[in-house]
Design a protein around this ligand. Structure first.
Ligand SMILES: C[S@@+](CC[C@H](N)C(=O)[O-])C[C@H]1O[C@@H](n2cnc3c(N)ncnc32)[C@H](O)[C@@H]1O
Length: 262
């Protein structure tokens, strides 16, 4: 019944967008900030990928997420000849640390960016429990991601997983790519996951009604995102499609580099 209700809600929101009644990026960003600030409920915890969220009860999917991403990064790095030590690693939207616990032990410093102080604290706890890599929390505001660029400094690897699907709009994603381009050191790499669409009514960007479809807000076609990467001063090196996994459908991972490799 709940599924029927959310499908009906999705239909209404998408029809309203189709007839020109989409919400502005700033309106959606405000809704997103309110949603993520409402820390505590079971679904919020699941959406934030905390280790003890109910979605991860069955088996150790939480660990599997980061392990798969690390494997994918290592395969990609080999393919493009990236073999320098991972000094500083940034994850934008680090959540409860599913990726951090796998990448941090390979790095000199792990920088977690998120919009929720409680989530940054949880990520710090998870990293600390798995070794001594320093964890630097960076608290961003949904509406103003650019404001934390100076605080982040530069990095060798920029990661972004399960985040682009829940940003306000596709245009906001372009802002994040420009941030990645600014913080990545020359020769650095990024691994960025987006949800892709195939042009149909149900999978295109929703552009309104954030709270009722957090992870269904923003999608790109694969060629569109490839071009967006290139337009942001970065170089797309390759893309891996995952049409379905345990959490959702239609994922594309872009391996991206910054400038010439030294
Ligand atoms: C689905 S979790 C993903 C966590 C982690 N990346 C992973 O793969 O397990 C999304 C996280 O992004 C954070 N978030 C939401 N909007 C954000 C934004 N605009 N910028 C940075 N973080 C954001 C949320 O607080 C949440 O912790």
């Amino acid at each position: 019944m709940r599924k029927v209700g959310s499908r009906a809600e999705d239909l209404v929101q998408r029809v309203l967008t189709r007839v020109g009644l989409s919400h502005s990026e700033s309106r959606i960003a405000a809704d997103a900030q309110t949603y993520w600030a409402s820390a505590g409920s079971a679904s919020w915890k699941a959406n934030s990928h905390w280790r003890d969220a109910h979605v991860f009860d069955d088996g150790d999917l939480w660990h599997e997420i980061g392990k798969r991403h690390l494997d994918m990064f290592e395969r990609g790095a080999r393919a493009v000849g990236f073999d320098r030590p991972l000094g500083r690693v940034v994850e934008w939207g680090c959540g409860g640390g599913a990726n951090a616990v796998h990448f941090a032990p390979k790095a000199r410093e792990f920088v977690g960016v998120d919009v929720v102080p409680e989530t940054l604290a949880e990520c710090a706890r998870q990293v600390a429990a798995r070794g001594g890599t320093p964890f630097t929390p960076v608290l961003a505001e949904v509406a103003h991601p650019e404001r934390v660029v100076a605080e982040i400094g530069t990095c060798d690897l920029f990661l972004c997983f399960y985040l682009f699907e829940l940003i306000p709009t596709p245009e906001y994603g372009e802002r994040l790519l420009r941030i990645a381009s600014r913080v990545l050191a020359p020769g650095g790499l990024a691994l960025i996951q987006v949800k892709y669409h195939e042009g149909d009514f149900w999978s295109r960007p929703r552009r309104r009604g954030y709270r009722t479809s957090v992870a269904g807000m923003t999608t790109y076609s694969v060629p569109e995102f490839w071009q967006l990467v290139a337009d942001s001063g970065l170089r797309p090196e390759g893309v891996t499609l995952v049409p379905e996994n345990e959490l959702d459908r239609r994922y594309a991972y872009f391996l991206v580099s910054k400038g010439e490799r030294p």
